[in-house]
Design a protein around this ligand. Structure first.
Ligand SMILES: NC(=O)c1ccc[n+]([C@@H]2O[C@H](COP(=O)([O-])OP(=O)(O)OC[C@H]3O[C@@H](n4cnc5c(N)ncnc54)[C@H](O)[C@@H]3O)[C@@H](O)[C@H]2O)c1
Length: 330
């Protein structure tokens, strides 16, 4: 393990930095003492209010596909590329928009990063992209990439990995395969993940829909543990050129999540079972995190129960900001 910290990094660029994960990453980068963090975000699924009010943060509201035109005068930055059209169901409904951001946006970010001499690009890939639905769990980084992926989002996230490898002789890249992130900062909505939506519905006495039997599992990682993984990828020379899973190595059933959310919110909402989504063939997902441990020294520290408690607390503290956007998002 050779995480060396970010003490020699002054500048960072976070594409998608106003999003659920990006905004937490920006906070962490400020805590690490960076002098300036540029956020490139079109605010299509992110929110300026998630960002810390700090003069070191520069928010540029723009499409990442024009990143080279934005006049960002960063010196040897670490580029965290998180901007994405989110996520599976949205890409099924809008494949060209998915390709625009996740395909062209990633290509342009890599080209620009190479041209300006970025230290490295940390790419937000997805565990689901590589695995498709044919692999046994836990999923290791060296398992074969499927050519039979389930959604346009999975295809374009995999495409981003191909581009990372293509550009890596010109700019070092790390392909971080996120499993399911959750936590403070994720505003609920039609295309969002299950946890913020469960919390929202539970707080409003609405039924919690489970698409499937409820026995389906995912590997849920608390957002600050995931952000720790991203920072470690940037500060660990051995991570360059690698694909690394960012998960917990633990499977949690969707039914368990629903039950914990109902208990934490004191909600009387019912759980309703509905047919699985047509594209969702993956019954269980779990990361093998041996490589993240060995290369990054990463040890996820927030248990699901504690992470859900913090998520519900964040909802209660930010209801005034969440309510208008969540109502419009469904
Ligand atoms: N949340 C998860 O569980 C998860 C799992 C796997 C991978 N990821 C990846 O992690 C990254 C961050 O995810 P998130 O959960 O924070 O999602 P998010 O939707 O909250 O963040 C994405 C951000 O990108 C911005 N964006 C979208 N299109 C853009 C464009 N054309 N130009 C500039 N900005 C644009 C959005 O406004 C948003 O702020 C994404 O790349 C996502 O694919 C997330």
């Amino acid at each position: 393990m050779s995480y060396q910290g970010l003490s020699d990094v002054k500048h960072a660029v976070v594409t998608g930095g106003s999003g659920a994960i990006g905004a937490r990453l920006v906070r962490r980068l400020l805590d690490e003492g960076l002098e300036r963090v540029w956020v490139v975000d079109d605010l299509s699924s992110g929110y300026a209010w998630l960002l810390p009010d700090d003069p070191r943060v520069v928010l540029i509201r723009a499409d990442v596909c024009g990143i080279e035109t934005l006049g960002i005068d960063a010196r040897e930055p670490v580029v965290f590329h998180l901007a994405a059209f989110f996520a599976n169901q949205n890409s099924v409904d809008h494949p060209p928009a998915d390709l625009h951001c996740n395909g062209l946006g990633t290509l342009k970010t890599l080209m620009w990063s190479a041209d300006i001499g970025a230290r490295c690009v940390i790419y937000a890939s997805a565990g689901c992209s590589i695995a498709g639905h044919g692999l046994d769990v836990p999923i290791r980084e060296d398992m074969p990439v499927s050519l039979h992926l389930d959604t346009p989002y999975q295809i374009t996230k995999a495409l981003g990995e191909f581009y990372c490898n293509y550009f890596s002789p010109r700019v070092p890249t790390v392909r971080c395969r996120f499993f399911n992130s959750y936590g403070p900062g994720e505003v609920p909505g039609r295309y969002r993940n299950v946890i913020p939506n469960f919390v929202w519905w539970a707080m409003h006495g609405q039924p919690l829909p489970i698409t499937g039997t409820g026995d389906e599992t995912r590997d849920f990682i608390f957002v600050d543990d995931l952000v720790d993984g991203l920072v470690r990828c940037a500060g660990t020379p051995e991570a360059r050129g690698e694909a690394i899973n960012l998960g917990t190595g633990i499977q949690t059933t969707v039914r368990h999540l629903a039950e914990v959310v109902l208990a934490l919110t004191g909600s009387q909402s019912a759980i309703e079972y509905r047919p699985r989504r047509a594209w969702d063939h993956s019954r269980s997902r779990q990361a093998d995190i041996g490589k993240a441990r060995a290369v990054l020294g990463l040890e996820p520290s927030v248990a699901t129960s504690a992470g859900l408690e913090r998520t519900v607390a964040w909802f209660r503290d930010h209801l005034d900001q969440i309510r208008p956007v969540a109502s419009a998002n469904f």
